[in-house]
Design a protein around this ligand. Structure first.
Ligand code: GLC
Length: 611
């Protein structure tokens, strides 16, 4: 079939629904016709290699659910200086068993008002110091030759105040003002403020910014230099879809839709997760299926579980392919601090009961803070109060309570609500930083065990694991951000430090922290790749251990069964399980082990496979 034919067929299949949704939102025929014309142009612009990949993936729709999928996220400059540098480090990425890299925001952004790149000034230009669009083309092609998928952020909720549209809007050009939310007096902003919560209560209070030169308020949900786009304007939607497709055509495999719950605003609402957000995401999914069906949509929905899952859409009308397992992540650290797996077990049970087509990205931490969005209704039944508990968790991870070895800092501590989130690398939160500083070998050994156990547990969860670069060698907090006045107020930079390649040189030395962690993770990654019970849509469930500190997860796929036991306590514990259905082999030690009343050393784990 020739290209034109393929396009027409894909469009025909989805045209009616797309048109229906577009008309519901915009009722604008000519803009819809313009959109369709452009979809065709972007399709025709897509290179041959990508079109081949598209059709392979169209026939193998579960291509991303395999057990070898492992992600790693990093900032390009921190990881390897620039895009060319990343290209030269692909061997290391493969050595980490990683086949999906998330390149943190790399598009043009003002140097000092960038929010880590999440304030985009030009969606079609790479930050100069990182390279060019040609370098990106070359990097994605090099990745594809090695079977590595590339993920990038599509920051669609807002632009930088330096974006061409923003500059024109600021000069009073009505056409461009209508692409944002501009108000010449405080009336409407104050109406919004009544119902809209704050994202950065300390570092960027409020949801509007007064522009004295323009004599207007502009809506800025995040930082004052990130201007919210107005998707009620079809011009904004169309142009942003063209940007999205332009980037997809650079060979991007996974588009992370940044801050997606925020993209539709209405007065008298929280301006989060409104129904029209889903209309837009559904349209994006349809558009990508028409133009570039090989790509995946990853939604960034940092919300409670009942708000997250609707972003998968329905089986008939899917939206995102993948979402972050954010509540599980936060609950994991709650478990580390309390040595009690009850809440985590309940949380995993919720995730495990969802349709298997839902693919979650599992992670221990990312570039953002850890917000304590736990299931407080359940905790309350056990007498745990939200505010006090958050206080405890923040004290614990700052290393203030007696039995904590964690290091890290608060984030956006709100003096009014008493709320705060937390920042730190996995290694620092596990005690590696403290043990290293104190040169305490015993404490180090314990901290490494906790760190590895958490990874082993993460790999057992249903979905796809993603590492933060540096975690594979136990990199600790980086305090140098405090010396940069543009970063000092944002403690998220504590866990976004540059990759320490001199430490990575130790990965084959088993006497070093880096060697120990790297080797242990490699062992887990290889098991995961080899054992099909780790495919992301395997049956996954939890098993009661009758020991508060030990979590047990089972996985089953096509006749293969593996159970994982994870001891969250610094003491040896017994898991009172009784899986008397046959012989089992422990996969790390390769010894036989009966899954009946299993003794598990402090901060250790077992992977037991039924023979
Ligand atoms: C997302 C990003 C975060 C950024 C925000 C605003 O939540 O993960 O780093 O600050 O969006 O774009």
């Amino acid at each position: 079939m020739d290209a034109e034919c393929i396009f027409q067929k894909r469009l025909e299949r989805r045209h009616d629904e797309l048109r229906w949704l577009y008309m519901e939102l915009y009722g604008n025929d000519s803009m819809f016709a313009e959109l369709c014309d452009n979809l065709r142009l972007f399709y025709l612009e897509r290179n041959e290699a990508l079109r081949v990949l598209d059709s392979e993936r169209e026939t193998d729709q579960g291509w991303y659910k395999k057990n070898d999928m492992l992600g790693m996220m990093f900032y390009i400059d921190n990881f390897a200086g620039n895009m060319k540098g990343v290209e030269s480090r692909l061997d290391y990425i493969q050595q980490c068993n990683v086949n999906y890299i998330h390149l943190m925001p790399f598009l043009d952004t003002p140097k000092d008002r960038s929010d880590g790149g999440y304030a985009v000034a030009d969606f079609r230009k790479v930050q100069e110091q990182l390279g060019s669009m040609e370098d990106l083309d070359s990097l994605t092609a090099a990745c594809h030759r090695k079977g590595i998928n590339v993920c990038m952020d599509f920051v669609m909720n807002h632009t930088s105040e330096e974006h061409e549209w923003a500059k024109k809007a600021r000069q009073g050009d009505g056409e461009y003002m209508s692409r944002y939310f501009f108000f010449d007096n405080a009336h409407e902003p104050s109406m919004y403020e009544r119902t809209v919560p704050q994202v950065f209560p300390t570092t960027a209070p409020g949801n509007f910014t007064w522009l004295p030169d323009a004599g207007h308020y502009v809506m800025t949900t995040f930082y004052p230099y990130q201007w919210d786009l107005n998707y009620q304007n079809p011009r904004v939607f169309n142009e942003m879809m063209y940007n999205f497709l332009y980037l997809a055509n650079r060979g991007i495999d996974i588009i992370r839709i940044d801050a997606v719950p925020y993209i539709w605003k209405e007065i008298n609402t929280s301006c989060r997760n409104l129904p029209k957000v889903h209309t837009i995401v559904r349209m994006m999914r349809i558009i990508s299926e028409i133009v570039c069906p090989g790509i995946l949509l990853l939604g960034e929905v940092v919300m409670e579980p009942e708000k997250v899952t609707p972003y998968f859409g329905t089986l008939e009308k899917p939206e995102c392919h993948m979402l972050y397992n954010v509540t599980t992540m936060a609950t994991t650290w709650h478990t580390v601090a309390t040595r009690n797996v009850k809440l985590l077990k309940r949380q995993l049970d919720i995730v495990n009961s969802l349709p298997k087509d839902y693919v979650f990205l599992n992670y221990l931490r990312c570039h953002d803070d850890i917000g304590w969005g736990l299931d407080y209704n359940s905790l309350m039944k056990e007498g745990v109060k939200e505010r006090l508990h958050k206080q405890y968790l923040n004290d614990y991870f700052q290393g203030y309570t007696g039995d904590s070895n964690s290091r890290g800092e608060l984030y956006n501590a709100d003096p009014i609500t008493g709320d705060a989130r937390f920042c730190g690398t996995t290694a620092s939160m596990c005690g590696i930083e403290k043990a290293g500083f104190e040169q305490n070998d015993q404490a180090m050994e314990k901290a490494i065990r906790l760190d590895v156990m958490l990874h082993a547990y993460m790999f057992m969860q249903s979905g796809i694991p993603v590492l933060y670069s540096g975690d594979e060698i136990g990199q600790v907090n980086d305090y140098t951000y405090k010396e940069n006045p543009h970063k000092a107020a944002d403690s998220r930079y504590i866990h976004r430090g540059a990759m320490k390649w001199e430490l990575a040189e130790n990965i084959s030395n088993p006497d070093t922290v880096e060697g120990k962690i790297f080797h242990s993770l490699a062992q887990l990654e290889n098991i995961r790749k080899r054992e099909k019970a780790f495919v992301s849509n395997a049956d996954t469930w939890t098993i009661d251990t009758w020991e508060p500190s030990v979590l047990c997860i089972g996985r089953y796929y096509e006749g293969e069964k593996i159970i994982g036991l994870f001891n969250f306590s610094e003491f040896d514990k017994t898991a009172w399980i009784n899986e008397a259905d046959g012989e089992y082999l422990e996969l790390i030690s390769e010894t036989e082990m009966k899954p009946i009343a299993v003794n598990i050393p402090a901060y250790s784990f077992y992977y037991l496979k039924k023979k």
